[in-house]
Write a protein that binds this ligand. Sequence first.
Ligand code: GAP
Length: 442
Amino acid sequence: MNISLETIVSLAKRRGFVFQSSEIYGGLNGCWDYGPLGVELLNNIKREWWQSMTFREDIEGIDAAILMHPKVWEASGHVANFTDPMVDCKECKARFRADQLEDAMCGNPAYKGRKAIKCQEEGKFTEPRQFNLMFKTFIGPVEEDAAIVYLRPETAQGIFVNFLNVLNSSRQKIPFGIAQIGKAFRNEINTKNFLFRTREFEQMEMQYFVRPGDDMKWFEYWKEERLKWFIELGLKKEKLRFSPHPEDKLAHYAKAAVDIEYEFPFGWGEIEGIHNRTNFDLTQHTNYSGKALDYFDDEINEKYIPYIIETSAGASRSFMTFLIDAYHEEEVRGEKRVVLRLHQKLAPIKVGIFPLVNRDGMPEIARKITEDLRRDFRVFYDDKGAVGRRYRRQDEVGTPYCITVDSQTLQDQTVTIRERDSMEQIRIDMNKIREFLKEKLD
Ligand code: GAP
């Protein structure tokens, strides 16, 4: 099914998944706010990722500070290399990434619909300049060069600098990993495609420390594991692919790298990178900090600087991917039905509960079921409008089950349970609802 990004953005706003940041002030470019249902979906994605990592024996979690010592970013190479080439239009003053002019559109209303590459051909642009993507701020009360700190552009560095702390406190042995979820900030020249490229976003990164020589084996292992994670949470297999980085395009720290890509309405795009970072990071931090970040491997009686296999996913980008992939429109009895076929582990609301009509004791029974289930699941009580409309409202936000209390409930204490995708309804005893849902949802 071909859907447009506008359809998703509009659903996201209407149903409280995502709002433009500071919207009442006209918005802030490249920043988005998660609404009531959005924050649930985002938290569910992060929880699934966190459990898939830290429920393993060989992975520990951390939560490092966003602000780090400025030398971290010198050692990592970000101060020198984390740049994009930028050009300015001398006529309309718009700013573009020089390496992405093919995709960009001219910002001048006088040339509506014209590609930016045309403006370049006509000599309207300045020569490319390197622009560092890190946001700068000052620590303490003095705004001077010595007080500059950066908002982290990736969470990975917080893991590298804590390698010894985690190793010594957790008694892990190589191979082992450190996982972290957190905000990252990049002053992207051109933000685009909703949550795909933003200036503030969240990453879910895991660094796996291995013996040199075992690195490619673990690279292959993590590549497959990460693809499996997306598929098990419901993304369509045929919309996913690996895209290896050619050797001449590898980042300065990488020996091998592969992206997991998804086919978005605007084309294929990266949702996660798996990188063999060699011993680059720990070597750099050893050199810059003067603290030896090595490991004594008692199995082979050798000291070495571990190699690192990194899995680096965007939580916000994954959020958008799950939303797009789950979106379906279909015709049911001559009417359009919009349904989010989200994996039930990700669905923001697990159960909708409706009294068929607002009388004869039905609302009271439905309320009681709601309060009973609230202890275990995120539930939503709805008594507004025709029951068909209430089903549609829950379908549109991906609620896997809806329970209706009707006149038969008053006679035999049974309710209907309707499943979102098949729309099939069964009748079950009111006392068995929790058991039924536990079996289906856990
Ligand atoms: N530590 C390695 C690293 O940060 P990256 O490929 O720059 O690698 C990893 O970023 C992931 O972070 C990407 O696959 C993407 O999901 C997400 N990401 C990166 N830049 C982003 C941005 N401007 N907006 C939203 N997500 C972004």
